[in-house]
Write a protein that binds this ligand. Structure first.
Ligand code: SF4
Length: 160
């Protein structure tokens, strides 16, 4: 997997203070996408074991308390990303007790493949659907257009 950026302290992508990873690879080609540089699966940097370990360590860092991990992109559920994302979310849930995981995807929750659903088992809040420019609204919370849905899968989000 490749990624475009990693933010170890982020307060804008999900509730609370978070670690946020923007992965590379997206096949949705939404008109008006702000992240076109992340469409290619090999864009950006290689996601290494070192970065995976750093994310786990930072989620457990008690000096700057993070509420959880946010995964965006690109699309974390792009088929090329499933293996690495599944490994990461499994580690978060076993090694970072109490942390939540938010994930943004252009796929619809009810249309996911079996492999994509394996990842969703570990996700607390899933924001799904392509960005629709005609339905864009900057007043929307956690999403860019009105067709997208915030699924509070485990009830951990407090204000969605
Ligand atoms: S799903 Fe997101 S990253 Fe992919 S094209 Fe649409 S807006 Fe851009």
């Amino acid at each position: 997997m490749h990624y475009s950026s990693y933010h170890s302290v982020d307060v804008v992508n999900g509730e609370g203070t978070r670690c946020t990873l923007f992965v590379s690879g997206c096949e949705h080609a939404c008109k008006g996408c702000y992240n076109q540089s992340t469409w290619r699966v090999d864009a950006g940097h290689l996601f290494t074991q070192t970065l995976e370990d750093l994310i786990i360590a930072e989620l457990n860092d008690t000096r700057i308390k993070r509420r959880g991990l946010s995964l965006s992109g690109g699309d974390p559920l792009h088929p090329a990303n499933i293996e690495a994302i599944l490994r990461l979310v499994k580690r978060v849930k076993t090694e970072c007790i109490g942390k939540d995981i938010w994930l943004w995807t252009g796929y619809k929750l009810d249309e996911l493949s079996d492999a994509q659903q394996q990842v969703v088992k570990y996700i607390d809040v899933l924001i799904d659907g392509k960005f629709e420019q005609s339905l864009a609204d900057p007043a929307l919370k956690w999403r860019g257009s009105a067709n997208q849905v915030v699924h509070n899968l485990t009830g951990k989000a407090s204000n969605v």
